[in-house]
Design a protein around this ligand. Sequence first.
Ligand code: GDP
Length: 529
Amino acid sequence: MSNTLLQQEVDKRRTFAIISHPDAGKTTITEKVLLFGRAIQTAGTVKGRGSNQHAKSDWMDMEKERGISVTTSVMQFPYNDCLVNLLDTPGHEDFSEDTYRTLTAVDSCLMVIDAAKGVEDRTRKLMEVTRLRDTPIITFMNKLDRDIRDPMELLDEVESELNIACAPVSWPIGCGKGFQGVYHIHRDESILYQSGQGHTIQDARIIKGLNNPELDEAIGADIAQDLRDELELVMGASHAFDHELFLSGELTPVFFGTALGNFGVDHMLDGLTEWAPKPMARPTHDREVKADEEKFSGFVFKIQANMDPRHRDRIAFMRIVSGKYQQGMKLRHVRLGKQINISDAVTFMAGDRSRAEDAFAGDIIGLHNHGTIQIGDTFTQGEDLKFAGIPNFAPELFRRIRLKDPLRQKQLLKGLIQLSEEGAVQVFRPLQSNDLIVGAVGVLQFDMVVARLKAEYNVDALYEPINVATARWVECDDEKKLDEFQRKNQANLALDGGDNLTYIAPTMVNLNLTQERFPDIDLRATREH
Ligand code: GDP
């Protein structure tokens, strides 16, 4: 493949994930985003991705599953002149480290906020994670068909609580029963909303120019005048969009709409395809790898078991960082120092798994994993690279795990260590006891671990509560100080699944006191794979 062809493929990719608090509308937006992606497919601009009929049945299956969550992990669709990859971040109860790690595999994020509620907990947490890499953020204020909070106040809250400047791109005209649409500040046009069209792409009425008398006729002279006055204030009080600041994660363009009413999602997608970064360069421990390099490279950010009851295998999700994947190519599994033949990678097209024919930097492919692939693994076409920054996060929930049949201790340990290598859960072995402590970020992970221990290792295990508030990885360059720390804190030290020293704190107060007493010891809340 010539360099320019590769460059063209890379340039049109946009890879993003949605961050939001449960119930803000992530699933609904995902559906509408796919509706737009599919519509273009129906119009025949994209070939070779299955028939329209096929797409339609996927869509209906998805609709059926609604209320649970769209279970697709990666969805690729065309929009404008781009190929967009939307990576699903598990929400709700199945919130886990996968959610965090998925954010290391994207180039931008869409932050969805319930405009009736404002900034909520989970969003705050996820934004912290995007900050680790200064990921560019696009904001969608959702549920404008409800009575929302004052839009200016919402922007202020995002700015002060999430520490990111807001640049409104569209501005709402009313809300709730009085929601009439938005004024698109950049296009200088009002786009009018019609309710009851949530399942189709709306043929919206567009009125050019804020001072156009047509607007007065359409929405009422008083409302039109209020809008003009309000916009004057907004423009004075808010930031103008600045592409550089957006790319450095310091400023977010803000769109208003309703996902349920399917209004405004396309404005957001227009912004995303126009402004969001194409696949970015990534650091390794030696050098930076650029997306348009000829040679293939990628890293594994997530491993998922039994996604589809018909395929009971595990899939390792790899983000392609550079070059092109072709079926049957040989790749170097850097950690193992082995060449492996990748004959059957898969892509994930809105719930349907299909064989990946080729894929480019920015895309995600799925590798069948028979136990040799771990989170953080790098694959290349020969070079010994190791991508940096795929983190382990300190778990927030802990339980002691115990066997029903004590003779199977060895299998239990083996199972737990393998599951922790996959990143499904973390396991800690206290230095001074034979306990096994399971740590997780989300509560559903505990049930998953017990179920998988039973199914895959034939081990019956159960949990007991344990008094642990948090865990921290212990690091210190000074061996003497580390020794002293270890001697004085034996009772609170453990090894994790990879034999790394961790401090297990019964309370946050204990953690803070310990940190004060041992200022030279680094107690880290994240650890790189
Ligand atoms: P998720 O938990 O973030 O995936 O949120 P969902 O997409 O499942 O939405 C949560 C609830 O909010 C569902 O009942 C949706 O129908 C509803 N919802 C989503 N978007 C809108 C919207 O724009 N307006 C209104 N009124 N409800 C919405």
